[in-house]
Each structure stands twice: as structure tokens, then as C-alpha cells.
Design a protein around this ligand. Structure first.
Ligand code: NFM
Length: 226
């Protein structure tokens, strides 16, 4: 009998929740960047909001690093996460530079509700009661949605406005793809040995990330939503 490889946990989720996942990685805002029809005021709105989000994402990344040192069975997790934090350092500077290029004043951006909710969600995940496998699942999902969205923009046949090329490359480049792949391998390894309770909890958080990402993209429309 042929041996069939057992599906990993993330493979199972990505096929089970493919419609929700596509909603986040093929959002109309992303498709509009890819086909060049993007409204620049939407882009500027996204830029200002994402800068606020990324600033909240840094302490979240730090909490993942701490959990990995205390709870991970594999020493190399720390290096993967540290690499992610190093690119966040570049990213903060990149946002400042882009904001000046697009005349967005980062100091006067008011966080919209969807952003406040997403940052609150990150804060809850920083609690010491959240297990490492659950937290790293959310971390991977957050990074993977951006990677898949912007990598899709860069695929053949795109009409990305030249001014937005650098944005797509920031998260769509091959190095960021490899980093997301490493995070996904960590998640699969952690969940392989986890209890059903932890696996179910991680799945709930995975789906929450996908929902928050859709709401985040929706903000680019500028219609304040509840
Ligand atoms: C809303 C959101 N989700 C994911 C990312 C990507 N991670 C760090 O940059 C991001 N910048 N913003």
C-alpha cells in the first residue's frame, strides 16, 4: 500500500477555511493595487493605519520571542523570530519614509475602530496565559496574510502603479516568503504534539486573524465601520 503523507495542521486549516482565507489575501484593495485601479487616498489611509498597527505588532513580536525562549523545544525558533523583529526595525523606518513621500502625517493619524480592535486582540495574545503554540499561530497567520496578498500583486500580469512597487516588494519578496514558511513549519511542529484543546484554540485564533485582516483592508475604503 502507498503511504500517504499526513496533512499538517496548517494544511488542513488552509483548505477547510479557504474561502475566509481568500477573503483576506484577495481583498478588493489588494486586487486594486495589482490591477492599478487603486485609489491613492485609500492607499494613504492604509499606510497611516498600518504604521499604528506595526508599532503594536513590535511588542507582540517581543512577547512571542519570550515565549519561544521559555516554551519552545527547538532553539532555532528564536532565530526565526529574531529575524522577523529585525525586519520590523527596517519596516518602521520604511513607513516613515513612505509617509513623507506620500505626504501622510504619521503623528496625526487617528486609529480607526477596526485597527483599535486588532491592536487590542494582539494585546490579549501577549498574556502569559496564552500558550506558545497558540500565540505563534496568530503571529504566523498575521505575517502570512500580508505575504500572500502582496506576493499575489507581484505575480505575472500585474499593473502595479510604480509608486506602490516598493510596498508590494516589502512583503511579497522571496525572503519574506521563506520567513513565513519557517514560521509555518514552527506552527506545524508545535501543533503536531499539542493537545486537542490547544489545537482548537489555535484554530479559533487563526480564524480571528483572518477576520481582523479583512476588516483592516476594509478601512482603506474610508467608510467608518462599527
Ligand atoms: C494589518 C497588518 N497585518 C500584517 C502585517 C504584516 N506584518 C508586519 O508588518 C502588517 N504590516 N499589517
Amino acid at each position: 500500500m502507498e503511504e500517504t503523507a499526513k496533512k499538517t495542521v496548517t494544511e488542513t486549516w488552509l483548505s477547510k477555511h479557504r474561502f475566509q482565507y481568500k477573503g483576506a489575501t484577495r481583498h478588493p484593495f489588494i486586487l486594486s493595487i495589482r490591477n492599478g485601479s487603486v485609489n491613492f487616498s485609500s492607499f494613504k489611509r492604509w499606510l497611516g493605519q498600518d504604521y499604528i498597527f506595526v508599532r503594536s505588532f513590535v511588542p507582540f513580536a517581543a512577547s512571542i520571542l519570550m515565549k519561544s525562549c521559555k516554551e519552545s523545544s527547538d532553539e532555532s525558533d528564536m532565530e526565526v523570530i529574531l529575524g522577523g523583529m529585525a525586519s520590523l526595525n527596517d519596516e518602521i523606518n520604511w513607513f516613515k519614509q513612505q509617509a513623507s513621500k506620500f505626504h501622510v502625517s504619521l503623528t496625526s493619524v487617528v486609529p480607526q475602530n477596526a485597527n483599535v480592535r486588532y491592536c487590542k486582540f494582539l494585546e490579549n495574545l501577549m498574556s502569559s496565559e496564552i500558550e506558545y503554540p497558540v500565540a505563534i499561530t496568530a503571529f504566523w497567520a498575521i505575517e502570512a496574510v500580508y505575504q500572500e496578498s502582496f506576493a499575489h500583486c507581484l505575480e505575472e500580469g500585474n499593473k502595479i502603479p510604480q509608486e506602490l512597487q516598493a510596498t508590494c516588494e516589502r512583503w511579497g519578496n522571496a525572503g519574506f516568503g521563506a520567513y513565513c514558511r519557517s514560521l509555518r513549519d514552527i506552527v506545524d511542529r508545535c501543533l503536531q504534539n499539542a493537545s486537542q484543546e490547544v489545537i482548537s484554540k489555535a484554530e479559533v485564533f487563526f480564524l480571528s486573524v483572518v477576520e481582523h485582516e479583512v476588516e483592516f483592508w476594509n478601512m482603506s475604503n474610508g467608510e467608518a465601520s462599527v
